[in-house]
Ligand binder design. Structure first.
Ligand SMILES: Nc1nc2c(c(=O)[nH]1)N[C@@H](CN(C=O)c1ccc(C(=O)N[C@@H](CCC(=O)O)C(=O)O)cc1)CN2
Length: 326
């Protein structure tokens, strides 16, 4: 278990962005301006950065052991277009690779790339023996059929766990690569001994990358939580979140979860990451959880510094596991 600490003010819940290569801290030239501040915060910080660092230490050792067998794990990324956020995330993934000794394979296409061009890169990575796993950075430009691209990824090289076969394996309870963000959330809660067995969990958001697979993960026999999957059709969101021991918000709606929607002492996980432009005209990222929730919650995984670093660590884990299987 990680040592827990109590965060005393909002700056402790908002670590810097130094680990992501983005202009002035954020795409769009922002740099933390316009953050909300709160006087006193008592929630335990679920520190994704610290947890990810521990995971990377473990992976470094496993990569060394693989090297003794003559295996160098390789992670591929496919980036289409020039979106600064996506570029920053892909850069972060390759920096993580360098930290643990995973080989990087980068493929980049212009924003006006055709379906055929993206499919050709996917076919190339499927055939590359040096590439143990790869991801196609999402979202893709509108002219690209995302579903078709995800279906063309070799399921055995699907480092994101988003191929329909791998999501199907998750539904059926079979082994396979797990989607990185849901896996990272469960790992983070476990590391901080947040009880899952028998817990009532409200997951807000039913997307294929986070909400839906997270519901499946949490209801496996090994986790045994009871999940309420809330979405835009949910009539009274607060009724469900207030009844929950754990609230996980992946809606992409800034500030959606407010303090009155949280049971005192509940664990709260902020998965939201939305770019907003402040009154100063500068861009910054904001989560789905309002700052004052930290005064009510017993534990909180903030954005940034919570789920994001865990997502990246789980991507590396999926690649190393694939390389270990041979
Ligand atoms: N193919 C995929 N595309 C996308 C995924 C994904 O899992 N697979 N998820 C997101 C983007 N993403 C990874 O690709 C990602 C987003 C954010 C972070 C992160 O570490 N965030 C930081 C804060 C970032 C900032 O302030 O600039 C944090 O939470 O601390 C990592 C990965 C969409 N696309």
């Amino acid at each position: 278990m990680l040592r827990t600490r109590r965060a005393r003010d909002s700056r402790e819940l908002l670590p810097d962005h130094a680990d992501l290569e983005v202009g002035g801290g954020l795409p769009g030239g922002g740099g933390g301006g316009g953050r909300e501040t709160i006087e006193s915060v008592t929630a335990t910080l679920l520190d994704g950065k610290a947890a990810a660092a521990a995971i990377k230490d473990d992976l470094r050792a496993r990569v060394k052991a693989l090297a003794e067998r003559g295996i160098v794990p390789g992670l591929g990324t496919v980036l289409v277009g020039e979106d600064p956020g996506s570029q920053a995330y892909v850069n972060g993934k390759h920096r993580d690779c360098a930290e643990v000794g995973i080989a990087s394979i980068r493929r980049e296409l212009p924003g006006d790339a055709t379906q055929e061009q993206v499919e050709a890169v996917v076919a190339e990575l499927n055939a590359d023996p040096a590439c143990h796993g790869y991801i196609v950075q999402l979202p893709l430009p509108p002219q690209i059929d995302t579903q078709r691209i995800l279906e063309l990824i070799d399921p055995d090289k699907d480092a994101d766990g988003l191929h329909p076969i791998n999501l199907g394996r998750l539904v059926l309870g079979y082994d396979g690569p797990l989607p990185c963000t849901p896996r990272g959330i469960v790992d983070l809660l476990r590391r901080y001994d947040v009880p899952l067995r028998g817990a009532e969990v409200a997951v807000v958001g039913r997307g294929n990358t986070v909400g839906r697979p997270l519901g499946l993960l949490l209801t496996r026999r090994t986790e045994n939580a009871t999940v309420t999957l809330c979405h835009t059709g949910t009539l009274d969101l607060g009724t469900h979140t207030r009844a929950a021991d754990i609230v996980i918000v992946a809606a992409g709606v800034p500030g959606l979860l407010t303090a009155d929607m949280v049971k005192p002492g509940a664990a709260v996980v902020d998965v939201g990451i939305t770019r907003v432009v402040g009154e100063d005209g500068k861009g910054r990222y904001t989560g789905d959880v309002s700052a004052e929730v930290a005064e009510v919650a017993g534990a909180i995984a903030p954005m940034p510094g919570g789920v994001g670093p865990m997502t990246r660590a789980m991507l590396l884990t999926n690649v190393v596991e694939r390389a270990e299987r041979g």
